[in-house]
Design a protein. Structure first.
Length: 276
């Protein structure tokens, strides 16, 4: 990548950073991201925000007007926009190729398998009914293949509990459900920094901070291998533990970092020093 493009304002060089975000319902900004904005601006960085679903883009005049774009949205529109900007020469964190591999759960499972990273037995089907012969000694957890934030998640203990195809009109992704009495292990990465957070399993667990925990060496090594396999820099993992063996069940680009100490400051440091 080339050198940072800096603009001169008030006698000082300023980095320009643009966050590509998705407006929540109700509208609210992740407090860690909001704090990151403040810290970046205190350092003289010019910060702007894009909500792709709320803007009109004329594609023949679209230009790169930031030094770094940070993709923190799971929407198809945001990812398409980031790909266009990247093709125009923009530097996007995480790279669009890495985000596409993480966003598609079927593709993500394949990346994990090819990298030799432990992950539960996984299945792809056009309808939940096709999974009726896939039950072994464990339940199945079903997800839309491009779902996020727990939307469309269901657990079936037996074929009779499989949901209807209406819940998954495109494709359904399923994994063997590794139930554990322990709290779920979330792993967060900010560049080379790796953190572990435990929180109870639920569909809205991404909204909860959880408790900082010391990572088992195996889980930390798996986290680093995942970063390399996907090409991710800012990412999170959902890990299920079967005995002492950690299994990666989900990969997320640019997570919320709830529970990570000084997350906003760490993100700020990473952005300011990116590619220097």
């Amino acid at each position: 990548m080339g050198p940072l493009h800096l603009i001169l304002r008030n006698g000082k060089n300023r980095m320009r950073v643009c966050f590509i975000l998705e407006r929540g319902t109700p509208p609210r900004l992740n407090s860690i991201i909001a704090e990151t904005f403040v810290l970046l601006e205190k350092l003289g960085t010019e910060v702007k925000v894009m909500y792709p679903e709320e803007e009109l883009f004329r594609l023949d005049t679209l230009t790169v007007d930031a030094d770094i774009y940070l993709l923190k949205s799971d929407s198809e529109f945001a990812l398409s926009l980031a790909i266009i900007l990247e093709n125009l020469g923009a530097r996007v964190i995480n790279s669009c190729n890495a985000c596409m591999k993480a966003k598609d759960k079927v593709l993500a499972a394949t990346v994990l398998l090819q990298a030799g990273i432990p992950t539960p037995r996984s299945f792809a089907a056009s309808s939940p009914s096709q999974l009726s012969g896939s039950f072994a000694n464990r339940p199945l957890i079903l997800k839309p293949h491009r779902g996020y934030h727990g939307v469309g998640l269901s657990i079936a203990e037996a074929p009779s509990e499989l949901p209807s195809g209406e819940a998954y009109p495109d494709m359904v992704f399923a994994q063997e459900y590794l139930a554990d009495e322990r709290k779920d292990l979330k792993v967060f990465a900010i560049g080379e920094e790796i953190f572990g957070v435990r929180k109870p399993f639920s569909k809205d667990s991404f909204l909860k901070a959880g408790e900082l925990t010391e990572l088992p060496p195996e889980a930390e090594e798996i986290a680093r291998e995942c970063g390399k396999a996907f090409g991710l820099e800012l990412y999170g993992l959902d890990i299920a533990e079967d005995g002492d063996m950690p299994y990666v069940v989900d990969v997320n680009y640019f997570p919320g970092y709830r529970g990570v100490p000084d997350a906003a400051q760490r993100l700020t440091n990473y952005i300011i020093n990116f590619d220097r």
